[in-house]
Write a protein that binds this ligand. Structure first.
Ligand code: S3P
Length: 177
């Protein structure tokens, strides 16, 4: 196993927990949304508005291909990354997939503040979250391990994942510190 990949719905804490987990492992942290923004020079919201979702999904796929050539990465994926089965196959090739989840109420509370950054949540926020969560339940179920991030703070969630990786000997003795 070479990378740790965090998957899950918007607002489940992938970025916050990924950063902490990377620190625990002494590995590099990559947030796919931030990386796409850096590579394209545009915000995710602008890509959706100016070029459409198809362009964003193609950027995600391209990045996914690049990242699977690398190792010792903690990758926080955008919530839609695993909707493409090719991405799932690539990420699984050399990574362990960890699903982060939380109750809809927790997610709604978290995404409210930065709603404009998430183009898929336009309109009635509560309805959109519930609708998308139901549609994606299966896509997120492919993970090797799952953490309810509504139950504890990001540090504790990161520690839970770290313990899981250690217990299962998934780190090849590569942990620093
Ligand atoms: C998306 C989630 C977002 C971002 C884009 C699409 C999705 O990432 O990639 O707005 O389809 O769920 P976060 O999960 O980091 O919010």
């Amino acid at each position: 196993m070479k990378n740790v990949v965090l998957i899950g719905f918007m607002g489940t804490g992938k970025t916050a927990i990924g950063k902490r987990l990377a620190r625990l492992l002494g590995w590099e942290f990559i947030d796919t949304d931030a990386e796409i923004e850096r590579l394209t020079g545009k915000s995710v919201a602008r890509i959706f508005a100016e070029d459409g979702e198809v362009r964003f999904r193609s950027e995600e796929n391209l990045l996914c291909r690049k990242l699977t050539q690398r190792e010792r990465l903690v990758i926080a994926t955008g919530g839609g990354m695993v909707l493409n089965p090719e991405n799932v196959a690539l990420l699984k090739q050399n990574g362990v997939l960890i699903k982060l989840y939380a109750d809809p109420e927790v997610i709604i509370g978290r995404v409210k503040a930065k709603k404009e950054r998430r183009p898929l949540l336009k309109g009635n926020l509560e309805e959109r979250v519930r609708e998308l969560l139901a549609a994606r339940e299966e896509a997120y179920s492919i993970a090797d391990f799952a953490v309810d991030t509504g139950k504890q703070d990001p540090d504790s969630s990161a520690a839970l994942i770290y313990d899981y990786l250690k217990e299962r000997n998934l780190l090849d003795g590569d942990v620093s510190g």
